[in-house]
Design a protein around this ligand. Structure first.
Ligand code: CA
Length: 233
């Protein structure tokens, strides 16, 4: 069975077009036209990815995204925004959406984004269940058990480090800004500055055995933030 996709969208035309295409591509597809009901389905369902419209009856997509993330639901969310609504797009990403697509969108573009998000989620799931042999000498990042091991040493991870690595995995090979990390991984705490992020990253690099000037895993993107390259099995 293909991945299971939930679409919360009140425009019937879009529901039908997207649904037909996703079913034809082998995905399972469920749809809901209402914000409140849609959030409940997203919360209780076993979907692999959520396509989330912003303007919805009942509850808008931004509020749904925020509510899902604050209750610890990490499944990929792709927001669908009206054309030109840049502020919606920015807010969506700040509230924890993984990606956005402006309407009207090209179906091939939507499919490509869905595939990319599912791949990243898979990489993150792998980090939660490595099943690798700690003694093999290879780097093991195990988010489920909360440690990094390199064959000789094992480093426990703090809750915040696990959250940070989880975010890195879900945005593997993509540039992640410090502001984005501040807003999603730390969640709008006024006490926290971008300096805190740099300190956490430095600590993670140490545990990963990353050298600051030539890192293998967490790369610095000057003036913006970081880019994470997961260890490849
Ligand atoms: Ca709508």
């Amino acid at each position: 069975m293909g991945a299971k996709i939930l679409m919360i969208e009140d425009e019937q035309g879009i529901q039908l077009t997207v649904g037909d295409r996703l079913l034809a591509e082998g995905y399972e597809f469920e749809t809901c036209p209402d914000g409140i009901a849609g959030e409940a389905i997203a919360r209780n369902g076993d979907h692999d990815l959520i396509l989330l419209d912003i303007m919805l009856p009942g509850k808008d997509g931004l509020a749904i995204c925020k509510a899902l993330r604050s209750s610890g639901i990490t499944k990929p969310i792709l927001m669908l925004t009206a054309r030109g609504q840049v502020s919606d797009r920015v807010n969506g990403l700040k509230l924890g959406a993984d990606d956005y697509l402006g309407k009207p969108f090209d179906m091939a573009e939507l499919l490509a984004r869905i595939e990319a998000l599912l791949r990243r989620a898979e990489a993150s799931a792998h980090a939660y269940d490595t099943g690798q042999d700690k003694a093999s000498g290879e780097l093991v990042i195990d988010l489920k058990r909360g440690y990094i091991a390199n064959g000789t040493e094992e480093f426990p991870l703090s809750a915040q480090e696990i959250k940070l690595l989880d975010y890195f995995y879900r945005h593997a090979d993509a540039i992640v800004s410090r502001e984005e990390l501040l807003n999603t991984v730390w969640g709008y705490d006024p006490e926290i500055t971008t300096r805190t992020i740099d300190v956490h990253v430095a600590r993670l690099r140490q545990k990963l055995g990353d050298v600051k000037d030539v890192p293998k895993y967490i790369h610095t993107v000057r003036g913006i933030g970081y880019k994470f390259t997961p260890p490849r099995a």
